[in-house]
Design a protein around this ligand. Sequence first.
Ligand SMILES: Cc1ncc(COP(=O)(O)O)c(C=O)c1O
Length: 376
Amino acid sequence: MTPNHRIHLCLAKMSPTGEEQKYIQEAFDTNWVAPLGPNVDAFEKALEEYIGNDRHVVALSSCTAAIHLALLLVGVKPGDEVLCQSMSFCASTNPVTYCGARPVLVDSDKETWNMSPELLETAIKDRIAKTGRKPKAIIVVDLYGMPAHWEAIEGISKRYEIQVIEDAANALGSTYKGQPCGTFGDIATLSFNGNKMITTSGGGAVICKDEATKKCAIFLATQAKEPYLHYEHETIGFNYRMSNISAGIGRGQMTVLEDHVRHHKHVHELYRELLKDVTVQENPNADYDSNFWLTTVLFKKAFDTEAFCLELDKMGIEARPLWKPMHLQPVYKDAPAYVNGVSESLFKRGICLPSGPWVTEEDVKYIVDCLNYFGK
Ligand SMILES: Cc1ncc(COP(=O)(O)O)c(C=O)c1O
C-alpha cells in the first residue's frame, strides 16, 4: 500500500507556463542580480493589487524578518511585553525576543484555534494589574490559513489602544467577512517559504497601512542608511530585503495563486467528504473563508501523534503533529502564559495532512485509506 511517490504536506509548484523562469531570465539579462530591482517592485505591486484595501507591501527575506520589523514599526522596545498567540510556529513569537521584549503567551479559542479574544482581554487586564503597564503589542496568527476572530480582536485592541500585528504567514487567499487576511490589525506579515501558498523559495513581506510606514520598513530592512553618499547610521538596521531573483519567482507565482487557493480548498473538501471518524477543521461559520493551507484533523482522544506521523511516513505520507504551543516549549518556560487547555488538547490530538498543489485526488483517497487502516 505504498504510492510510487512521496506525498508532501505542501511542496512548491511553479506555473505551468514557466512565468517564474521568464522573470528570473529577465533579471539575468538586465543584470538586476541584487536585493532590489524591477521584480521586487512588480511583486510588491502584484501583492498590493491582490490584497487591495490600499495597502503598501515591502518584500523581505522571510516572514520572521517581517514580524521583527513589524514589532519595531509599532514601537516595541527592550523591556516591553508583547502578547503572542501560544498555538503557532516559533517564528510568531521569537522576534519579540530579538527586540529585547518579553513574550506573554495567550491560548486559543476552540473555533479558530487562534488567539482567544476572551483570554486576550483577561491577559491585558492582568498584565496591567501586575506590571502597571499596558502590553505594547499583540501578535495574532491566522493559523493553517484559518482567519482569527478579527472582529473581537480588533475591538479589544481599539478599546485598550494596543497595536495588533497580523501574522498571515499561512493565510494569503483567506478572508474574514469578505476582507482579505493580511489587512487586519495595524500591520501584517506574509511568508513565501517553500511550503506556503506561493513561494519565492524563501521570503516574506510586511504589509503597511500607509506609504510612510512602508518607507520606514524599507529603511530598516536596508541597514538604516541615512541619505548621504558615505554610509551614515543613526539607527540599527537589518539586511532583510528580498532579492530580485526571489521576487522573480514571486511574480511568476502570483499568476497561479488563485489556482493554488482553489486546489487547497478542493483537497480540504475531499478530506471532509471521505474522512468519517475524525474531525476535519472547518470554517466556524460563513464569516470565515480559510484557504486551508493545510487540512488539519483532530482525533477523539490524545495519542502519540509523533509516532503516528512516523508510521504514515513509512507509507510515503508526510504528516505532522499540530504546533506544540509556545507555553509548553522549554525555551519559553518562564514566559507568563494565559491558558485554557485548548492548544494543549489540539497538540495532543491533531495532525496536518498533505494539502499542497501536488496532492491529487488519488493521493487523498490513499491517505484516507491509510488512516482507516490504522483505525483512525
Ligand atoms: C504562522 C507562521 N508564522 C511565521 C512563519 C515564518 O515564516 P518564514 O519561514 O518565512 O520566516 C511561519 C512559517 O512556517 C508560520 O507558519
